[in-house]
Design a protein around this ligand. Structure first.
Ligand SMILES: Cc1cc2nc3c(=O)[nH]c(=O)nc-3n(C[C@H](O)[C@H](O)[C@H](O)COP(=O)(O)OP(=O)(O)OC[C@H]3O[C@@H](n4cnc5c(N)ncnc54)[C@H](O)[C@@H]3O)c2cc1C
Length: 377
């Protein structure tokens, strides 16, 4: 996006990528259909040490700008949920669109190009030693992404480069990532793998309502991926197993309507049966509904609306969709993405300490920050 914008302004642009093909994360995103933006994008959908940093770029390149490009290239798309836009056919069409736009604007793209060294010459230009020889440029834009999915070519190179030029890099960790369970917490979930259900996941003042999926190693699904970005080992994480419903009222209603039925039976009509059974083996005593005192119904309400999930960790960068943390935005201009330390050096996309929620926000940040830099380089 940066190359397209800069080349369209008449700049001479070359994109160097060490991978064997461009846009690998676009290709694998959204289950191969690329959730390329979210029409509801606001700065509140991003995590950063400076929540204001993303505002300017997002305001100047909105989801509608990207949608205009998608429509101009006649790529069919649909809204899945909550403003999330996906290709009807394939993510390949998004990569092709960006490559066609690069070609039309005159930006060159080179793959298989490993960058070995970057130095600043006396005249302020950047000199790059690469596996394909030397390159020089008046400006350098670092768009190397985060650490997620190393098998796809992710490296910490952008962070190293930032440090080389005196930038702070805020601690990085995996985000939008499945959580793992261990010890008794894993044993309690034994045999539940494959169970999916809607929940509201809560941690550190944030809440996400969506589905949860029990896996062999722990828990995943959109609600878990979302909350994982706000969770760190030791933090309290709870799940409302009856999202959007008043558990106490529901229990009282069941008690009135089905007094002889056991709690596990009535719960099995609302929650996945295997999960309801396990809940009543480990966390809730199951007996006929009529035997519960109001205080006991309150206790059951607590379990159902704030079920404690004790995660031991995350699956890490191997499966994480994003990397939290990164190049500190305090030393980067929010309007041009230019370094405040080294003139004409820019950072865009995920390498910066700006991380979006699940749902197309991370691509929208990549497009918007790329566009902002492309207008300035
Ligand atoms: C499985 C998965 C699914 C995702 N799905 C979505 C989704 O549907 N919607 C969404 O909004 N976001 C999604 N994301 C997140 C999104 O892909 C990223 O936030 C986004 O791609 C970041 O863009 P970027 O240009 O900053 O970095 P990247 O897309 O990671 O691109 C970085 C580029 O730099 C190159 N590079 C890295 N190191 C070097 C080096 N040393 N030398 C030369 N080149 C280098 C890489 O090869 C790569 O081409 C997903 C991520 C993953 C992992």
């Amino acid at each position: 996006m940066c190359a397209i914008t800069a080349a369209a302004r008449g700049r001479h642009v070359i994109v160097l990528d060490h991978a064997n093909k461009v846009g690998k994360k676009i290709l694998m995103s959204g289950g191969g259909r690329c959730n390329f933006t979210n029409t509801g994008t606001t700065p509140e959908n991003f995590i950063s040490a400076n929540p204001h940093f993303c505002k300017s770029a997002l305001a100047r390149y909105t989801p509608w700008h990207f949608i205009e490009m998608v429509e101009r290239h006649r790529i069919a798309y649909h809204e899945k949920e909550l403003g999330q836009l996906f290709c009807d056919v394939s993510s390949k069409l998004i990569v092709k669109m960006l490559m066609d736009e690069c070609a039309a604007a005159g930006a060159q793209v080179r793959t298989h190009c490993a960058i070995e060294r970057v130095t600043v010459e006396d005249d302020g230009t950047f000199a790059l030693a690469t596996s394909q020889g030397a390159f020089r440029g008046e400006r350098l834009v670092v768009a190397t992404g985060g650490l997620s999915i190393p098998a796809m070519g992710a490296t910490g190179f952008g962070y190293e480069l930032a440090r080389q030029f005196g930038h702070d890099v805020l601690p990085t960790r995996a985000g939008l990532v499945p959580l793992t369970l261990s010890g008794k917490h894993q044993e309690r979930m034994d045999g539940l793998s494959g169970v999916a259900m809607p929940v509201t996941a809560r941690c550190n003042g944030m809440a996400f309502s969506n589905s949860m999926l029990v896996t062999h190693r722990g828990v995943s699904g959109p609600a878990i991926l979302q909350i994982s970005s706000y969770w760190q080992p030791g933090d309290t994480l709870t799940l409302d197993l009856l999202p959007g419903r008043d558990a106490f009222e529901l229990l009282k209603q069941w008690q009135a309507e089905r007094p002889a039925a056991e709690l596990r039976t009535v719960l099995s009509d609302t929650l996945p049966r295997r999960f309801a059974q396990r809940l009543c083996e480990v966390w809730l005593p199951s007996r006929p509904m009529k035997q519960y005192t109001p205080a006991q119904l309150r206790e059951a309400t607590q379990v159902l609306s704030a079920w404690p999930l004790v995660a031991s960790g995350t699956e890490g960068y191997r499966t994480a969709e994003v990397t939290l943390g990164g190049v500190d935005t305090a030393e980067v201009s929010s309007s041009t993405m230019e370094s405040r330390r080294v003139p004409r050096l820019h950072f865009i996309g995920e390498v910066l300490d700006v991380t979006g929620w699940l749902g197309g926000y991370n691509f929208q940040w990549a497009w918007a920050s790329g566009h902002a830099a492309g207008q300035a380089v």
